[in-house]
Every structure is written in C-alpha cells, then in structure tokens.
Write a protein that binds this ligand. Structure first.
Ligand SMILES: CC(=O)N[C@H]1[C@@H](OP(=O)(O)OP(=O)(O)OC[C@H]2O[C@@H](n3ccc(=O)[nH]c3=O)[C@H](O)[C@@H]2O)O[C@H](CO)[C@@H](O)[C@@H]1O[C@H](C)C(=O)N[C@@H](C)C(=O)N[C@H](CCC(=O)O)C(=O)O
Ligand SMILES: Nc1ncnc2c1ncn2[C@@H]1O[C@H](COP(=O)(O)OP(=O)(O)OP(=O)(O)O)[C@@H](O)[C@H]1O
Length: 496
C-alpha cells in the first residue's frame, strides 16, 4: 500500500528517515515481519514490542511505528513516532486492509456463555442454505468450512482485519465474530463495522479482569455502542429478554432491537419446550407468525441459543422457514454438550462449561431424561492463575450432580492444591473427589460409573491440550474416557 495513503490516517509526531513509497505488509510481531513491511511496536502485558524493532529491521521492515525511542539505523528504515502505538495500529490495520467489514454482513455475538454455540450455529445454517460464511472465535477461524487456528476468542486488531479481508476476498456474504469483553475493552474491534449485535447473557466470569459485574456488563455493552451512529443504515441489536442485562444492552444503541426469550414476552418467544436426550423441540412465536422448531441440540440453554440465531438471521433478511430447516440438521458446536459416540453402556458428554451459570445449564440439560436410577457424574475443572472468585460458585452449581470430581483444566503455574481447595469450599454435599491431575480425574469418573450412568466432562470442550506450567501437553477427555470405559465395559458389549 502507498505509504502516504496509509500513514495519512495517523496523528504523527515526527518521522525520522525517509518513508518508502510503499509498504507490503503490516506486523505487530517481529517474528512475522515480511521484507518491505511496517512493524508497529506494541507495549504488551508481558513484553514491550519496542525491544524487537531491530529484529524487525533485520527481517526486512522498511518502516517502524513507535512511541518510545528505538535504536535503529534510519538510513535503512523510517521511524514514524506517535503518542500511542496501540491506537495507531487500530487506525492503520483497517486502512491497510481497506475496511473489509463494509463488504459483508458482520454479526458480533457477545455474552458470558453461548458465543461459540450461537456463532457456529449461524455459520452452519448459512452454509446449509448455500451462503458462503466465515466465523471466528474460541474454536478458531472457519472460512467457509476450512478451520484455521487463532490465538484469542477475539483476536488483536491486526489479525481481526486480516481475517475479515480473507473472508471478504473469499466472497463470504457474512462473517460472524465472537466478541469478548477483553476484545472490546482493548480496542481489538476498532475499524470493524458490525451490522448485527447479539447479546446472549451475563453471569459471573472474568472478574479478575473486570473487577465488578457492572464493569463487565458495561464492556459487553460496547458491542451495541459500536453499531455506530449512522442511523440510515439497517442495523439491529438482538437481546435476551430473560436476562436482566438485556435492557442495558438495548440502551447502548439507537438501532432497532429484537428481543428473544422464554419467560418474558419477546419478539421471538419459545414455549411448549420438549427436552430429551435425542434433541429439543419448541413452539416459536415470531413477527412472521408461529412455527414448530426441532433440533438435535440438547438442553434449555440451546433453546436460548436457537432463538438468538433465529432473531439474528431474520434481521439479516433470511426467511424463518429456512432458518428452522437449518436448525433441524446442524450438529452441536465442537465440545459444547457434544455426545461422545460409543456402543459402551455409558452416556458421555464433552463440554466447555467453566463458569457457574454454564455448569448449571450443562447439568440441567441432562436432568429431564436422567431419571432416578442413573447417576450423573460431573467432572469440573478450572484454570490456574485466572478468576479465583468464581471457583466456589462453580462447585456449588456442580453439586446438582450426584457425584462430582473436582479437578483442573489448564493449571498453568498454580499448584493443584490451591485450585482444588478453593473449588471445594462451594461443595454442597459429600459425594465428591478432589483429583488435581485431569487424566486421573477422567479415569476415576469412569471407574465410579455403573452401566447406564451419564458423565459430563466440563471445562476443556474442543481443546485437545492442557497447559501445565508454560507448556501445552496433548489431552483428550473423550479418548481417555473411552479407553477406560472399554477396559471396564468392553467385554460385556463384545460378549453380547
Ligand atoms: C492479557 C492479554 O490480553 N494478553 C493478550 C496480549 O498479550 P501480551 O500483552 O502479553 O503480549 P506480549 O507478549 O506482551 O507482546 C507485546 C507485543 O510484542 C510483540 N512481540 C513479542 C515477542 C517478540 O519476539 N516479538 C514481538 O514483536 C507481540 O507480538 C506484541 O505485539 O496480546 C496478545 C496478542 O494480541 C494476546 O494474544 C494476549 O491474549 C492472551 C493469550 C490471553 O490469554 N488473553 C485473555 C485474557 C483474553 O483476551 N481472553 C478473551 C476471551 C475471554 C472469554 O473467554 O470470553 C479473548 O478474546 O481471547
Ligand atoms: N446460552 C447459554 N446459556 C448458558 N450456558 C450456555 C449457553 N450456551 C452454552 N452454554 C454452556 O456454556 C458452555 C460454553 O458455551 P460457549 O462456548 O458457546 O460459550 P462462550 O460464550 O463462547 O464461552 P467462552 O467465552 O468461554 O468461550 C457450553 O459448553 C455450555 O455448557
């Protein structure tokens, strides 16, 4: 891109050296600088990108954007000095990628729980009805069926613009993004123009970062505020009417807001809900009349997710009949109450619940068909060095299960003992075990199960690793559980 055109977007303090005519690339990581590119030095939580300016020059950068003095040869490279490089990249990235979000319908999904589920359901339905679609979030970046790994739920501003440009170039009609509160507060969505903002719910999580529920709720609301002020555009907010924070989200935008819910009156309302182990059906009241909806996803929480999906895709202009047809055939998002296929006499789910509300909802999903004979075993892990306040509340909700195994998900640098003791405070009955090593915890769950029992492994979901210390180790709840269950029950099945 032409340098004058690119840097014209910045309030520049000084330029040392001579700006080249063009830059080929933008980078915030010295390790991904390409020859002829520009490197922006970001001060992070861990390191200061200014330390890597010389590495960037050696990798071929022609321009460095910095706020602090950098010791580089200005005969070789131009240095653009600004007040704040984080704000600079927020302006440079969308300009460099030519404001790609304007070329598609952009749907942002925020809330404590349900972001991955809702956004992947929308993506799957759009593809089912023949539209090209992209989605980014905790599972990665899915470009019309091809999955790429990403670092964050909501990526840094540069990666975000790169991914949106990729989706636009691939002629996607829609890009759905999971929008985290961290992403909103840290400006990772600068330059992303959303058309539809969806709010799922708000409950206790990430208070280590936000300090209070009020701050956390405010951060989520920024997605609605970021719908902008150009009221001539057709934009929509979608909010959960049964969640007290829904009203607050609504107040953050002047655009029309469609509501959904089960208990309160709403534009999209579900009633006559039938929950089973095979799936869920409900009656839908909508602005277009009444419909029957059925889907293979289990649990009342998925009724909320389905309502959010229906309202958002309706706002995009898709016929409700087509959305319902899509809902009938799509699978659960990976690792979200995902049933592990087995002919062994156990029902096993892998789930990503790691907040008190999600744990309650995951357990409630199986209660309607569990009966009194079968035991529900719930394995709950929490991460080390992260929100400690939620731990007892997680165990309190887990206590709804008959037998609970308290363990870790990514212990990081925190000792097992401190994680487990803080969880244990919340237990409401004595039918539980504390086992820090997750593999051992999974094996124990199968060891205590009887034929017909249900086990939910919560906390790791789609992830196939565990972070212990600073390292990632391969880990799969499903594989360990199946191996153990095969040893325990396999002969029974084979002999039949
Ligand atoms: C606390 C936090 O937000 N950290 C984010 C932050 O990392 P950081 O500030 O530590 O980065 P850093 O390592 O100090 O690097 C600073 C700069 O130096 C550069 N650098 C670094 C090394 C080098 O050799 N060369 C170089 O140029 C880096 O590229 C970067 O530009 O910037 C990184 C790049 O954007 C993010 O990946 C990282 O997210 C970490 C992984 C994280 O765990 N974040 C969590 C808190 C988070 O954001 N979570 C939410 C989901 C919440 C939910 O579940 O709802 C999310 O959206 O993911
Ligand atoms: N609408 C919902 N309400 C409450 N719990 C939900 C809802 N949808 C999913 N869950 C539960 O929360 C877990 C996480 O769901 P999902 O990954 O969709 O949420 P998320 O908002 O993307 O979470 P995260 O930010 O942690 O990635 C699921 O595994 C399920 O147990």
């Amino acid at each position: 891109m032409n340098c004058n055109e690119l840097f014209d977007v910045l309030p520049i303090k000084t330029i040392e050296g001579i700006l080249p005519e063009q830059v080929t690339d933008l980078a915030v990581n010295s390790r991904s600088v390409n020859a002829g590119g520009a490197f922006v030095c970001i001060k992070g939580f861990t390191v200061d990108g200014h330390m890597y300016a010389q590495n960037a020059v050696e990798a071929g950068a022609r321009v460095i954007v910095a706020s602090d003095r950098v010791d580089v040869d200005t005969e070789r490279v131009a240095v653009v000095y600004v007040d704040d490089t984080m704000r600079a990249i927020a302006l440079l990235a969308p300009r460099f990628y030519r404001y790609p979000s304007k070329e598609m319908t952009m749907i942002g999904v925020t809330g404590t729980n349900g972001k991955t589920s809702v956004s992947n359901m929308m993506h799957a339905i759009l593809r089912h009805i023949g539209e090209k679609s992209a989605v980014t979030g905790t599972i990665g970046f899915n470009l019309d069926g091809v999955l790429f790994e990403t670092e964050n739920t909501t990526n840094d501003v540069l990666t975000t613009q790169q991914l949106i440009r990729q989706a636009a170039n691939a002629n996607c009609s829609t890009m759905t993004m999971e929008v985290s509160s961290h992403g909103l507060l840290e400006g990772r969505l600068a330059g992303t123009e959303f058309d539809i903002a969806v709010f799922t719910n708000l409950s206790h999580d990430h208070l280590d970062f936000h300090g209070s529920m009020d701050n956390y709720g405010h951060a989520k609301g920024l997605l609605f505020a970021q719908l902008g002020q150009d009221l001539e555009k057709k934009k929509f907010g979608i909010v959960n009417r049964d969640d007290l924070w829904g009203e607050r989200m609504k107040k953050m935008t002047a655009f029309p807001v469609l509501t959904y819910g089960i208990h309160q009156s709403a534009d999209f309302r579900a009633s006559d809900i039938v929950l089973s182990d095979k799936g869920t059906s409900f009656h839908l009241e909508s602005p277009e009349g009444e419909f029957n909806v059925s889907m293979a996803l289990i649990g009342e929480f998925n009724v909320y997710n389905a309502l959010a999906v229906i309202a958002a895709l309706y706002a995009k202009g898709i016929q409700i009949e087509s959305i319902i047809e899509g809902l009938a055939v799509i699978p659960a998002a990976k690792g979200r109450m995902e049933k592990v296929e087995t002919d062994l006499p156990l029902t096993i789910y892998v789930d990503y619940a790691h907040s008190p509300d999600a744990i309650e909802k995951a357990i409630q999903a199986v209660l309607p068909y569990k009966g009194t004979e079968r035991k529900l075993i719930f394995v709950i892990g929490t991460g080390g060095n992260r929100d400690r306040l939620k731990r007892p509340f997680m165990a309190e909700k887990a206590s709804i299960a008959d037998y609970v195994i308290l363990t870790t998900d990514d212990p990081r640098d925190e000792p097992y003992a401190s994680i487990l003791s803080e969880l244990e405070v919340g237990m409401q009955h004595d039918q539980y075990a504390c086992i820090g090593d997750r593999e051992e915890a999974v094996r124990h769950a199968v060891a205590v199960a009887n034929e017909g029992d249900i086990i939910i492994f919560a906390g790791k979901g789609h992830e196939d690793f565990q972070i212990i210390g600073k390292e990632k180790f391969p880990h799969s709840d499903a594989m360990i559980a199946l191996e153990e269950a095969e040893k325990k029950f396999g002969h029974q099945v084979r002999e039949q």
